[in-house]
Design a protein around this ligand. Sequence first.
Ligand SMILES: [Zn+2]
Length: 110
Amino acid sequence: MFDFFFYLLAYILPAYLGFRLSKEQGRSIWAWTIACTVFSWFGVIALVLSRPGPPTAQQYAKANPGNAAGGMSCNRCGSRSIRVWREQAFIKVRQYHICNHCGTTLYRSM
Ligand SMILES: [Zn+2]
């Protein structure tokens, strides 16, 4: 009985989390599932820490050309009201541009 819970906690649960998270984030599902099976919870931690953030302004403009023409607008609701959320972690400053209408994080700058 103990063996079952040990294998469940040490291998099956991290593998399942690796599968779900990589599928959600659109990353390599097989590679992350195998990595999370082999490295157990360290693989899950690596997957969470290395997830990509919001796109840069250039990437956003390229992916949504209709929302970048003549000033940025939200790709979800079309609102032109965008606020800047500034976050400083130690010495690194990040700026997130968030739609005022629907609250979607659109892109980052800096
Ligand atoms: Zn919006």
